[in-house]
Design a protein around this ligand. Structure first.
Ligand SMILES: C[S@@+](CC[C@H](N)C(=O)[O-])C[C@H]1O[C@@H](n2cnc3c(N)ncnc32)[C@H](O)[C@@H]1O
Length: 268
């Protein structure tokens, strides 16, 4: 399948090749770099601030992901970043493993868990080449990662392989037909990480096709406009007071298909 890819260096299509090196280098530099952060990276205040920002911006996340529903189960987070989401699974009693291609992400994830007094296993690992035996995990989580990896289908197939039969994969991909992509073209608004080496966007039908290895798949568009705290000036005012208010006043049934994040709940 030909993916809609916005990228500064086109993926080579060869997993483990130059494209993945560029992805590792980009995220190694970005993982400390949060526009909203006023605390030093790696401090407890930093992790709390980033987590608060993330869960405010992605207000849907805590509603659709049952972070406390995996007690005693093995949960893997592919591309865990700072492991803020993984810390919620761990706090809910799951036995968690986080992997990320960026060594700095894994350093910060370990610090985050240590500061919160949580237990987890972490590895620097390419999520397109998961180095775990087949059927190792009850659940695999992968959020804000598939769009940034050179070969997302390969990552999905690896996730399917390491899931136990009946296990759940919770995955996310960017919707090509989202309100945010429209706004980007019309108002030239900034979208985070558009400068990443790889940035794929897909339609709902394409995402379903990528997930066809699973026995049962639900794809739900989420992530609707919330007021920006990062931007200032006239554009931000128009966005916050105008666009966000009007958009969210419309019946969700009309706007649902334009959710910026396609959340997939997949049973093996
Ligand atoms: C935007 S961050 C998201 C982090 C975390 N999942 C979250 O939602 O907060 C993207 C992460 O994906 C990681 N990543 C991208 N491609 C990867 C790959 N092939 N294997 C493992 N991690 C990858 C990056 O290193 C980065 O930490």
């Amino acid at each position: 399948m030909e993916l809609d890819t916005v990228s500064s260096s086109k993926p080579s299509g060869t997993a483990g090749g130059p494209a993945i090196d560029a992805v590792r280098a980009y995220w190694d530099a970005q993982v400390d770099n949060w526009k909203i952060a006023t605390f030093t990276s790696g401090t407890p205040e930093f992790f709390q601030q980033v987590e608060r920002y993330r869960f405010e911006k992605l207000e849907y996340l805590a509603d659709v992901v049952d972070f406390t529903g995996f007690s005693g189960q093995q949960v893997l987070d592919v591309g865990c970043g700072l492991a803020n989401d993984l810390s919620r699974f761990a706090a809910g009693g799951a036995e968690v493993t986080g992997v990320d291609i960026a060594p700095r992400a894994i350093q910060l994830a370990e610090a985050n868990f240590a500061q919160r007094g949580l237990l987890g296993e972490f590895h620097v690992m390419d999520g397109e080449r998961l180095d775990f035996p087949p059927e190792s995990f009850d659940a695999v989580y992968c959020h804000t990662v598939l769009q940034f990896t050179p070969d997302p289908v390969r990552m999905i197939q690896g996730i399917h392989r390491v899931l136990k039969p009946g296990g759940l994969a919770i995955l996310m991909m960017v919707n090509r037909r989202s309100w945010m992509n429209l706004l980007r073209h019309v108002m030239r608004v900034e979208v985070d990480h558009l400068d990443a080496p790889v940035y794929h966007r897909v339609t709902r039908a394409e995402f379903r096709q990528m997930l066809s290895v699973f026995r049962h798949v639900d794809v739900v568009p989420e992530r609707f406009p919330v007021p920006t705290r990062v931007h200032r000036g006239l554009k931000a005012l128009l966005f916050n007071a105008g666009f966000v208010t009007v958009f969210n006043a419309l019946p969700r049934a009309w706007t649902r298909g334009s959710g910026h994040h396609l959340m997939a709940f997949c049973r093996k």
